[in-house]
Design a binder for this molecule. Sequence first.
Ligand SMILES: Cc1cc2nc3c(=O)[nH]c(=O)nc-3n(C[C@H](O)[C@H](O)[C@H](O)COP(=O)(O)OP(=O)(O)OC[C@H]3O[C@@H](n4cnc5c(N)ncnc54)[C@H](O)[C@@H]3O)c2cc1C
Length: 483
Amino acid sequence: MAARTGKEYLERLSASRPTVHIQGETVTGGIQDHPAFRNVVRSYAELYDLQHSAEHKDVLTYTSPTSGEPVGTSFLTPKTPEDLVKRRKAFKVWADHSNGMLGRTGDYMNSSLMALASAADWFAQANPAFGENILRYYEKVREEDLLCTHTLIPPQVNRSVAGTQQAGGKLAARIVKEDDNGIVIRGARMLATIAPFADEMLVFPSTVLRGTPEDKPYSYAFAIPNDAPGLRYVAREPLDYDRPRHDHPLASRFEESDCVVVFDDVHVPYERCFAIGDADLCNGFYSQTSSVVHMTHQVVTRTTAKTEYILGLVTLLTEAIGIEQFQHVQEDIAEIITTLEMLRAFLRAAEADAQVNEYGVLTPAFAPLNAARNLYPKLYQRFPQILRKLGASGLMATPTELDINGPAAADIEAYLQSATLTGPERVKLFRLVWDTCISAFSSRQALYEYYFFGDPVRMAGAYVKSYDREPYKAKVQAFLERS
Ligand SMILES: Cc1cc2nc3c(=O)[nH]c(=O)nc-3n(C[C@H](O)[C@H](O)[C@H](O)COP(=O)(O)OP(=O)(O)OC[C@H]3O[C@@H](n4cnc5c(N)ncnc54)[C@H](O)[C@@H]3O)c2cc1C
């Protein structure tokens, strides 16, 4: 097979039967037509169609080494600087399509799988079969162009004790049985974004395991179809209210569901397992395979696209109401520009300093990407604040499309015009600003940027621990000792 079209994605989804609890209803299929999902699912379908568009197909696909068919660029194992650039350009085309609002486009997990499969020897340390499994699985996902999500952390019950100790060890997803041809998983994981309309669920290691015997049942990595028997999702209330695009321009396109994941004795065949019962291996899963680096390359490209969107939006807003010349407004715009240029510089540095890792993969330098992933969760929080401050009451003067075309049309035309826009044009722009900085959709975006890569506080702890500061200490020491 080859890179999918949107139609092929939707066809596969319509054949899938995931169990999703949502707003008191249990859905077991027809996800593509359900009001909570049908709009975002169509946005995902558009991404797959882009792979076949005359404009983007050369950057979004490459020739599969096994089938000779065009497959998605995010599966490309980079060997040359041109490969890395092609990967980044492909990330950018997809990120631009949603202004960076879709966090879980396929390229996110594909990048991880590509790196994991390249490091098949690392998995083989524990068992040669695991090395073969990860390689075969990556090739399957690539050739079938499957959409994967992942679930990492144990439920948030009591964070003062380890996941292994929650409810006497009977809560977090764990291996409860091993049989002749696989393992059985029982318990829950906290969250999986896009689970109802993904094809596959990657159940990968997350928080650091201590390597004690109690950790063994919680140490695993495997992949299952999203409609595997015994797997169910508890979705949050949807933020897409099925309103017109004019009124909810972002939520009506890009609302990615987040779900709690419940494993009710899910059987995972051995050929779908990549690690079992090995806490040390699980702890090195992302760093020792370079998976985290390739994921961060995708993430920083997406957040660059998002920052470009914010800069464009704030510029249209400030021009519309004639506030560009005020100095504090310029200071805020400068903050967005600085963030954008920083992200671009980080990406450029990461690619310029890329090195071939021990598995022969040209890997971007992690130091600049790591700096970006530690900064952005906080920097992004400023953007909705800035938009709210500059939009002010205009963000409340936002009648709907029905009003623009209804009895209030003349009032909107007369009183909601702006320095550069007609009344209806201004309302349309301000509805977009509202959906970026005030709506429930926008709050979820801010929370997503803060947390999706892990808690920034603990990420900072790991960052400080892993950063070699000895040369800088020595530098200061030498200065102290200089006569
Ligand atoms: C919108 C959204 C989408 C997400 N999508 C996914 C997904 O698809 N797949 C997935 O696996 N995960 C997903 N996540 C979860 C994400 O990985 C976590 O939010 C993140 O790892 C933080 O964990 P937590 O939410 O359990 O917070 P907690 O660990 O419960 O932390 C809550 C607060 O307590 C503090 N705290 C807790 N424990 C400690 C500690 N040991 N040391 C210091 N401070 C502590 C934290 O700093 C924080 O302020 C998503 C999260 C969000 C918000």
